[in-house]
Design a protein around this ligand. Structure first.
Ligand code: PMV
Length: 341
């Protein structure tokens, strides 16, 4: 009798790095390198992983890059016995989860086990409160490492490497609209960001920061719990695919009403999924509800205003340039950020 044993072909992060860096430098070419990466806000969210080691998503997603908001990171080789991380001018203790996460990412590029790095990173966005700080953070670190080692990697490879740090980081390498194509390969070599060719200079985004305290649960944990326990998650991949098609169509036609409606509905569905998880995850604070009601009321009065929301209580307003002054009048605390160069 013949017995077929299925060999499970498992690809880990180190295999991906090996594949992308074949014939590339394994020792730093210079002692220090600096890079900036902008942050991005998804209008069709990435939620749920089909492979959590490689951050491979269940669905394709679409984001808008915030040109001047992001992370500036310097990576230097140091003669110490461990890494050193400085976040916004303050030393991060080695026991902090942030330190662990960054250091684990650096392990992927520690070809000589005795090499250690100093990472000095500063962010022009609040850290860990749902304004996509990890996206620009891991993208900037990837770009800085690319310079440090003089790899000269193409964008696709950089996007895949950034994704290994944080999924949404793979969309933080371009301006404007960026689609993260889900891909289907087990090694994730077809899952990376791609800029859309459409520009929409009239489209504006306003950051409505309602709370800067770190969020109560990381998006990583919230994502895992939602996938495991939320019934609504079952419909998510199909819904996200449908929303993505509608969004791309609305961008092509510059149909702001359709764009705003689909973006807002996509974010609301994300939060419904989380609230339906067990135990329920609720990122909203009282101010979030107040602002949502205000947006709804203004819209009923004729203002073309929509919002999107990530894994945190803060909102991002979506509107057109012509309404910028009106938005500033109703939301004096809003920070309007540049989207298109
Ligand atoms: O990349 P992560 O693990 O921080 O997850 C990002 C999740 C959302 O911001 C909520 C959605 C998205 O597509 O950016």
């Amino acid at each position: 009798m013949l017995i077929f044993v299925m060999r499970e072909s498992y690809v880990n992060k180190y295999d991906v790095v090996q594949m992308l860096l074949v014939h590339k430098n394994k020792t730093p070419a210079i002692s220090s390198a600096t890079a900036f990466a902008p942050t991005n806000i998804a209008v069709c969210k990435y939620w749920g992983k089909r492979n959590s080691e490689l951050n491979l998503p269940l669905n394709s997603s679409l984001s808008l890059t915030l040109e001047n908001k992001g992370t500036l990171t310097t990576v230097s080789v140091i003669e110490e016995k461990g890494d050193e991380i400085i976040l916004n001018h303050e030393k991060v203790p080695a026991s902090a989860s942030f330190f662990k996460r960054v250091s684990e990412f650096l392990d992927l590029f520690r070809f000589d086990k005795n090499i250690h790095f100093k990472i000095a990173t500063s962010q022009t966005i609040p850290t860990a409160c749902g304004v996509a700080s990890s996206a620009s953070g891991f993208a900037a670190l990837t770009l800085a490492l690319n310079k440090l080692y003089a790899w000269n990697l193409e964008d696709k490879a950089l996007s895949i490497l950034a994704r290994l740090g944080s999924g949404s980081a793979c969309r933080s390498l371009w301006s404007g609209f960026v689609e993260w194509v889900r891909g289907s390969r087990e090694d994730g070599m077809d899952s990376f960001g791609k800029p859309l060719t459409f520009s929409w200079p009239e489209l504006h985004l306003g950051l409505l920061i309602l709370q800067t305290a770190p969020k109560m649960m990381s998006s990583r944990e919230a994502m895992a719990l939602t996938v495991k326990t939320s019934q609504l998650m079952k419909n998510w991949p199909a819904k996200a695919a449908e929303d993505l098609t509608l969004l791309k169509q609305s961008i092509k036609e510059k149909n702001f009403k359709a764009f705003g409606e689909v973006s807002e509905e996509n974010a609301l569905y994300l939060h419904r999924m989380m609230q339906e998880a067990y135990p329920p995850i609720n990122y909203n604070i009282a101010k979030t509800h107040l602002m949502m009601d205000k947006i709804k009321k203004l819209r009923e009065e004729g203002l073309a205003l929509y919002f999107t929301q990530d894994a945190g209580p803060n909102l991002k307003l979506l509107f057109l340039k012509n309404d910028a002054l009106t938005i500033k009048k109703y939301f004096p605390e809003v920070e309007i950020v540049a989207l298109f160069k």
